[in-house]
Design a protein around this ligand. Sequence first.
Ligand code: AR6
Length: 164
Amino acid sequence: MKAIQANITTLAVDAIVNDANSSLLGGGGVDGAIHRAAGPDLVAECRLLGGCKTGQAKITKGYRLPAKHVIHTVGPVWRGGNNGEPELLANCYRNSLQIAVDHSLESIAFPSISTGIFGYPIEQAAEIAVTTVKQFLADSGTPRDVTFCCFSAADLRVYQALLD
Ligand code: AR6
């Protein structure tokens, strides 16, 4: 488990996680960046998936991305923290990791789910991300290589403090 600062679309891993919306048909933020980099075949495959509920996850190929697959998950919109947001966010990490295990994927990179347009406070979201992944790896031992891909230096500092 490690944290880096990077554009997630550049990572040559078995799967990058896309922080999507329930339509799975693209959007702004990291979702827009992933669809632009993957090319139009990605949205064509996504159209066959029938959307995705908050906290759930679905897998596609990576198309023009250096990553082999994209695992699409839908984070919660922050509405103050008392509307199930922590559990839904933890489900995003757990369900994405379970899909990676089911497909024998060894390396996976996560963006900081829900902390952009969806407004989840970074400190709280990062703590859930790190504790949930740590628990999953303690239970299952795989995927071998989990990366938290931070877009900003400030986000990286938050993750780094939790990992140290
Ligand atoms: N690589 C890594 N991280 C990135 C990149 C990138 N290329 N681009 C942005 N981030 P956001 P959300 C970071 O807003 O809050 C979309 O429209 C960003 O700095 O992408 O879950 C979807 O379709 C932030 O730290 O996702 C949904 O409608 C993190 O990724 C909605 O936005 C997440 O920010 C989801 O909003």
